[in-house]
Design a binder for this molecule. Structure first.
Ligand SMILES: [Zn+2]
Length: 501
């Protein structure tokens, strides 16, 4: 066992960034973290929060096995988990009105340090508006960046820099970032462009007037000048699924990868004299989980992991950046089951997922309104790489056309995607608990100055408190108790108050 007691934080970053540990990373496991990595009181200059949205606890291990099957190498997150000195813990994700959070309540929890009701962005049930960490960071003289694969106005980025009673009001969220964010990269042009907004307001012009350069194409991200403020909108809605981008040349040319977006954001923000806060979201792991679409989910997670790899390399040359990698909640809890005699078929089942060529969403576009059974069979064969049985095709076709849903016992999976997800589980070996978010704790890994604050089981609200503490940021945000919240909600949540204590 090597002695890591004397290695510096920079060494730990380099260890975590090292590519090709040859699968021998487990041999680097240390009994105790290096003492200076756990040094209390060291304040980071920069803080990067990476969020794989809707990533259940089983996804990193599934992604590790899938990465080996699909591209003969492991993942950056598994490397982090086997690097001495990297800190690991869990986040409780519960919101103010449910054990199961949505993305708005989750990002508000770390965005302003208080649980809120699902659907709200930094607004308490009594209407109190909280000040998000993006605004507090800007006021402290630092710069702020938001990167995502969803619409940039979607819940997770919005929780860092917007205040809105309902996450659905994305037209009202779009203009808010101009006050505190310098780098905005993702999708969601329809909430900025006058020709696409239903009220005709020219939010693009408002950003341009505030000094933003607008990017629309991958080429502007990978090469070309790096303006001080940039609004990059690469699609009208969410960025397309990675599995569809990989298999569609027009999309490959136009849509930047999350790794490229992350590198560009760090490049720009690194000019900040006092440091920066950057949130990077792999936002569509969640969407694929809602759809029970294993192939789409795994390619999204690998794309997020590539971004993590890039970030680790970029910050490994410095020892002033705190990197935290986590999720906002679980979703449908995918997992590889034991398949066949003595479970010997499980690896072969997972390898089948590598053959998938399109997301369920892309299949849906191809099938048209009320597809014939033959069309459904053809599209599924071409897209999933799997020869479904006649009974399985019947079930998917019936769900698509609304002909028969009686056979579905788990009502969450009564939609066509849920039925297809179950049919494919016979071939991929990947099962699902439903099609919605779950209550599970989520994994958090942290590296860099201040990382030791993220060990053990904490609630998401602790992230805000720790960041504010590390940066000496003062704020007035109250945290509402469950009892106070219940007065506004008119009902007491059904779980013991001790849970919120
Ligand atoms: Zn979701």
């Amino acid at each position: 066992m090597p002695d890591h007691a004397g290695c510096s934080r920079r060494d730990v970053f380099k260890l975590a960034a090292a590519v090709g540990l040859g699968g021998g990373a487990a041999g680097l496991l240390a009994d105790t973290p290096p003492a200076d990595v756990a040094k209390p009181g060291a304040a980071p200059r920069n803080i990067i929060l990476m969020v794989s949205d809707g990533m259940s606890l089983g996804v990193p291990s599934l992604a590790e096995a899938f990465s080996h099957a699909a591209r003969q190498r492991g993942t950056a997150w598994a490397r982090l988990l086997t690097t001495p000195g990297v800190v690991h813990g869990l986040f409780d994700t519960s919101s103010l009105n449910s054990l199961v959070t949505d993305s708005a309540a989750a990002s508000s929890a770390w965005g302003s340090g208080s649980r809120v009701f699902n659907g709200a962005l930094n607004v308490l049930p009594d209407g109190t508006r909280l000040t998000p960490i993006g605004v507090l960071t800007r006021d402290s003289g630092r710069r702020v960046g938001l990167v995502t694969t969803t619409r940039i106005t979607h819940a997770t980025p919005a929780g860092v820099a917007a205040v809105q009673p309902s996450r659905d009001d994305e037209n009202d969220i779009a203009p808010q970032y101009v006050r505190c964010v310098d780098v905005l990269l993702g999708g969601g042009r329809k909430h900025f462009a006058p020709g696409e907004r239903n009220d005709g307001r020219d939010v693009l012009r408002e950003y341009a007037d505030a000094g933003f350069t607008v990017w629309t194409h991958r080429s502007e991200v990978s090469s070309g000048p790096r303006p001080d403020r940039v609004l990059g909108l690469f699609d009208s809605g969410h960025l397309p699924y990675v599995i569809d981008v990989r298999n569609t040349p027009e999309l490959t040319e136009r849509i930047p990868t999350l790794a490229e977006l992350s590198a560009a954001a760090i490049d720009i923000l690194a000019r900040s004299e006092r440091g920066y806060l950057l949130q990077i979201e792999g936002g569509r792991v969640d969407h694929a989980a809602h759809a029970n679409d294993a192939a789409a989910l795994l390619w999204e997670q690998l794309s997020f992991d590539d971004a993590l790899d890039t970030v680790l390399h970029l910050v490994s040359e410095r020892d002033d950046t705190l990197l935290i990698v986590t999720s906002d909640h679980g979703n449908s809890n995918p997992g590889l089951n034991g398949m066949g005699d003595d479970y010997r078929d499980s690896p072969r089942c997972l390898e089948r997922v590598v053959g998938a060529r399109a997301s369920f969403a892309a299949c849906e576009k191809r099938r048209g309104g009320r597809p014939s059974r033959e069309l459904v069979a053809d599209v599924l064969r071409a897209s999933t790489g799997v020869e479904l049985s006649s009974t399985e095709i019947d079930a998917v076709h019936a769900a698509l056309t609304g002909a028969d849903r009686r056979a579905v016992l788990n009502r969450q999976q009564s939609g066509w995607a849920g039925v297809l997800g179950q049919a494919l589980s016979n071939h991929f070996g990947i099962g699902w608990t439903g099609t919605t978010h779950t209550q599970d704790w989520v994994l958090v890994s942290a590296i860099g100055p201040g990382a030791q604050r993220f060990t053990g089981l904490r609630h998401h609200v602790a992230w805000f408190a720790e960041v504010a503490g590390l940066w000496g940021i003062r704020h007035q945000n109250p945290e509402m108790s469950a009892e106070e919240a219940a007065r506004f909600a008119g009902r007491v949540p059904g779980v013991a108050a001790a849970h919120w204590a």
